[in-house]
Write a protein that binds this ligand. Structure first.
Ligand code: 13P
Length: 251
């Protein structure tokens, strides 16, 4: 069975002191949890400090992005090896804020996914439709394109390193959560697509997280869906009490 996986995406929030405090509080609060995989994804500049605070805890470290080139003249970018060097296990790739606010393409995202896996990082591939795409009945087409393009060229032994995060853009940071039915419908579609692209066994092993205004009050309902294997949490992951409550609900 798929072990639940709850990750916190801190986005462009916290400062050094707040990041270390949040990590320290979570490590303390969640020290007895064994049945849920847990990760936090702080801003790049605080990864090292947070790694120190999480030291020997059951909380893994993730980055919010990664670049695909190994080194060289790529001003401002961060390589897979650098992330591993500071203790990252995971890297979020293709978050909707990077797709829609920064302009990342499926092609770039695919290169990042490939490079992350080759280096031993576990990528979290984010997909999801805009409100107007949902209203135009294009959710399945959009998500299918994002998954096929994001995973292009990856064989089944590699793709098992990936977690997919379905994050409907209209639910991110808006307080509007997808209903459990809406989430389950898209998650089941994604799993079917993975079965078509690979096989049932691969599709049955890949974890699919939901993200978009996930909070303590809707965690149980979302996680009760058969194809929702975890959550990628934004705002609620910035408070020890809220994020810990969500993980304890799942555990
Ligand atoms: P919110 O939980 O703040 O809606 O953000 C979700 C998200 O984008 C996580 O990556």
């Amino acid at each position: 069975m798929r072990k639940p996986f709850i990750a916190g995406n801190w986005k462009m929030n916290t400062d050094r002191r707040g990041a270390v405090g949040l990590a320290t509080g979570l490590a303390q609060e969640l020290r007895d949890i064994e049945t849920v995989d847990i990760a936090v994804c702080p801003p790049f500049v605080y990864l090292d400090a947070v790694a120190g605070a999480l030291n020997s805890s059951n909380i893994a470290l993730g980055a919010q992005d990664v670049y695909f080139e190994p080194n060289g003249a790529f001003t401002g970018e961060i390589s897979c090896a650098m992330l591993k060097d500071v203790g990252c296990t995971y890297a979020i790739v293709g978050h909707s804020e990077r797709r829609h606010k920064i302009g990342e393409t499926d092609e770039l995202i695919n290169k990042k996914i490939s490079a992350a896996i080759s280096s031993g990082l576990l990528p979290i591939l984010c997909v999801g439709e805009l409100l107007e795409q949902r209203q135009a009945d294009k959710t399945e087409a959009v998500v299918t394109t994002q998954i096929k393009a994001g995973l292009a060229g990856l064989h089944s032994d590699k793709v098992l390193a990936v977690t997919v995060a379905y994050e409907p853009v209209w639910a991110i940071g808006t307080g509007v959560t997808a209903t459990a039915e809406q989430a389950q419908e898209v998650h089941a579609m994604i799993r079917g697509l993975l079965a078509d692209m690979y096989d049932q066994s691969v599709a049955g092993q890949i974890r699919i997280q939901y993200g978009g205004s996930a909070k303590p009050a809707n965690t149980a309902e979302l996680m009760a869906c058969g194809d929702v294997d975890g959550l990628l949490v934004g705002g609620a992951s910035l408070k020890v009490d809220d994020f810990a409550a969500m993980i304890k609900t799942v555990a």
